[in-house]
Design a protein around this ligand. Structure first.
Ligand code: NAD
Length: 377
């Protein structure tokens, strides 16, 4: 993978001159309409889109579904697009990745998304313009899609955008609740990336900076936003994306998907509810249940790095800090979302393979206990 990808553009004002210089004539634009209007991007980009043979794809649900990908592929093929642009949060960006890539393949989108067929043909370039500070999807080579209610992650080097417009001004219109939920996604991605089995020196560098920035700025960005806090969260989100582009995510993400698809919990909040109990769980890793080939000491060192990022002396203090952050961000407590009797079902819906990147092996009973602790804590 080209390490210089994506090329970062720091201001939405630079987009039209770049598109003109690239001689783009037929852009296919996956657009979150609300974000387009609210962020002010429409004022800058609409004149360009009007001059060109632009095809907009705007009718889709939040959190990409296969049906939306399939409709998008039909529209993309009809449009004979020469370039793809995604503007919105992780939903619009992941959809654009999937539509642009899968439209070029001979196999059916369903077969590719569930892993029964490969991405083999070249893909046209994608520019991702995030309007949330959370997913870092503009910096990753994978995309999340729900097929028949089950979550799949399609990964391929060609899904990594060619260009990423990381302009914090585009996030200024985010309401408090979405700033909180999306910012928590960035924060959790950073923490999970540090303890992930796949962590490398490079990924830990990105993730540590992201964790520090998010921890220090998320509350301000949500409750009393300043430009500096928005800027820090945009950077945190992008760096966390770069980190998980190397490591992928771990148990809190694996446990979150059923909370989102069955109970409608916003993605970042669904991930964050198990972060503190999972930190406590992973901190207890021993040689016997360690999944990291570098051994449990290496994991303990990375847990210590997480404590440094959160400026905490102990795991207990860090867990308390995370729980307090969720309260301040007005996350709905898990006990209001599901009952004790639902916890086992939530665990059963997790694909065991996705847990392999967690540094401590977890049995079904231990995962139920993590959820119970998240519920009662
Ligand atoms: P989102 O894209 O679903 O958007 C959430 C809401 O925010 C929407 O209602 C949208 O209209 C609104 N919104 C977006 N920008 C706005 C703005 N500037 N002003 C006002 N409202 C705005 O949310 P998200 O959290 O960015 O993305 C979540 C999706 O991303 C999930 O499907 C998740 O699985 C995926 N994801 C992907 C990756 C990856 O690397 N591919 C990583 C993490 C998450």
């Amino acid at each position: 993978m080209n390490p210089a990808r994506p090329l970062i553009i720091e201001s939405i004002g630079e987009v039209c001159p770049l598109l003109l210089s690239l001689q783009i004539e037929r852009p296919f634009v996956v657009l979150d309409r609300l974000a387009y209007e609210a962020s002010g991007a429409h004022e800058v980009l609409t004149p360009f889109f009007r001059q060109k043979a632009t095809e907009f794809f705007t009718e889709f649900e939040l959190n990409p579904k296969l049906d939306d990908v399939q409709r998008g592929i039909e529209a993309y093929r009809r449009s004979h697009a020469d370039f793809t642009i995604a503007l919105g949060g992780g939903t619009a960006i992941d959809l654009a990745k999937l539509i642009g890539a899968l439209a070029m393949q001979p196999d059916e989108a369903r077969d590719i998304t569930v892993g029964n067929a490969p991405i083999q043909n070249a893909v046209k370039p994608l520019m991702a313009i995030p309007t949330t500070a959370g997913t870092g999807s503009e910096a990753t080579h994978f995309a999340v899609v729900y097929v028949d209610g089950n979550k799949y992650s399609v990964a391929h080097p060609s899904l990594l955008p060619e260009f990423a417009v990381v302009d914090p001004k585009l996030t200024e219109s985010l309401p408090r609740s979405i700033t909180a939920a999306t910012g928590l996604d960035a924060f959790c991605q950073a923490i999970e990336s540090i303890w992930a089995v796949n962590a490398t020196e490079e990924s830990i560098r990105y993730a540590s900076e992201a964790a520090r920035l998010a921890y220090k700025n998320l509350e301000t960005a949500a409750s009393d936003p300043t430009y500096q806090a928005r800027q820090a969260m945009s950077r945190a989100s992008h760096l966390a994306g770069k980190a998980i582009n190397i490591t992928k995510t771990t148990a809190p993400h694996a446990l979150s998907y059923a909370l989102t698809s069955n109970y409608g919990v916003p993605h970042g909040m669904a991930v964050a509810v198990t972060l503190a109990p999972m930190l406590a769980f992973n901190a207890e890793v021993t040689e016997r249940d360690c999944t990291d080939p570098r051994g449990s000491n290496a994991v303990h060192q990375r847990i210590a790095e997480i404590l440094r990022c959160l400026e905490c002396e102990s795991v207990e203090a860090a867990c308390g800090l995370v729980r307090r952050l969720l309260t301040k961000l007005e996350c709905q407590p898990l006990r209001e979302i599901c009952g004790e009797s639902d916890l086992a079902d939530l665990v059963d819906s997790v694909n065991a393979e996705r847990l392999l990147n967690n540094p401590r092996r977890a049995s079904r009973e231990q995962l139920v206990e993590v959820l119970r602790s998240a519920r009662d804590g």
